[in-house]
Design a protein around this ligand. Structure first.
Ligand SMILES: NC(=O)c1ccc[n+]([C@@H]2O[C@H](COP(=O)([O-])OP(=O)(O)OC[C@H]3O[C@@H](n4cnc5c(N)ncnc54)[C@H](OP(=O)(O)O)[C@@H]3O)[C@@H](O)[C@H]2O)c1
Length: 177
């Protein structure tokens, strides 16, 4: 039963650049082992919980819906999901700890938590159990940060670390409570 982050950041900790762009994520080719890590992660999770901004970005891509697991979109402003996505995507709102309990009761034990504000809200309530962070070796100098301020610090333990041939690194952290 885990809430897991799997995300890519710049060296200076941004998940999108100053223009909300993510093209820099694809500066380097993704090595097979990093790709396999993502596939393994997708296999492990039962559903995704995603912020509205990330959902809208993914939905705007000119491609088929990329997730094979149910996606729950956090939003206080959206009122409906387009018809073609209604079997794959649901809207949710409310207190995060209650949402997590509700989803786990429905059998969604392992959740992939995605979106900057969303991850920060989960961290603020100490609801993140694991973080797999891929670092792209670029200093963006500004953008949307992965982390924000917290009332109290949270200790994680690195259980795996990997540096690939093209220069990307990936660390797997587990919350130490
Ligand atoms: N580098 C990567 O791997 C990666 C991965 C994912 C996303 N991104 C980038 O990150 C950016 C999007 O992240 P973001 O930080 O802007 O936001 P986000 O977390 O995707 O979305 C934030 C929105 O989610 C809703 N929300 C969050 N917590 C909520 C709660 N507890 N209850 C109800 N609604 C809640 C709110 O929507 P309402 O305003 O509708 O209430 C809020 O404005 C995009 O640029 C995307 O490309 C990068």
């Amino acid at each position: 039963m885990s809430n897991i982050v799997f995300i890519a950041t710049s060296l200076d900790g941004y998940i999108a650049d100053k223009n909300n762009g993510i093209d820099w994520l694809h500066t380097l080719p993704v090595a097979d082992d990093l790709y396999m890590e993502f596939e393994q992660h997708m296999e492990n999770v039962d559903a995704l919980v995603m912020g509205r901004n990330t959902y809208e970005l993914v939905a705007s891509f000119d491609m088929d819906w990329p997730y094979r697991k149910p996606v729950f979109v956090l939003s206080n402003s959206l009122s409906e999901i387009p018809f073609e996505l209604q079997e794959k995507v649901s809207l949710i709102t409310g207190e995060l700890n209650e949402i997590v309990v509700q989803l786990k009761t429905q059998g969604f034990e392992n959740l992939y938590i995605d979106g900057g504000i969303t991850i920060q809200h989960f961290l603020a309530q100490d609801l993140i159990d694991e973080m797999i962070i891929t670092t792209i070796p670029i200093v963006l100098g500004g953008g949307i940060p992965l982390f924000g301020t917290l009332d109290e610090s949270l200790m994680f333990k690195c259980i795996a670390s990997h540096c690939d041939k093209v220069g990307m690194s990936q660390q797997h952290f587990v919350r130490q409570r």
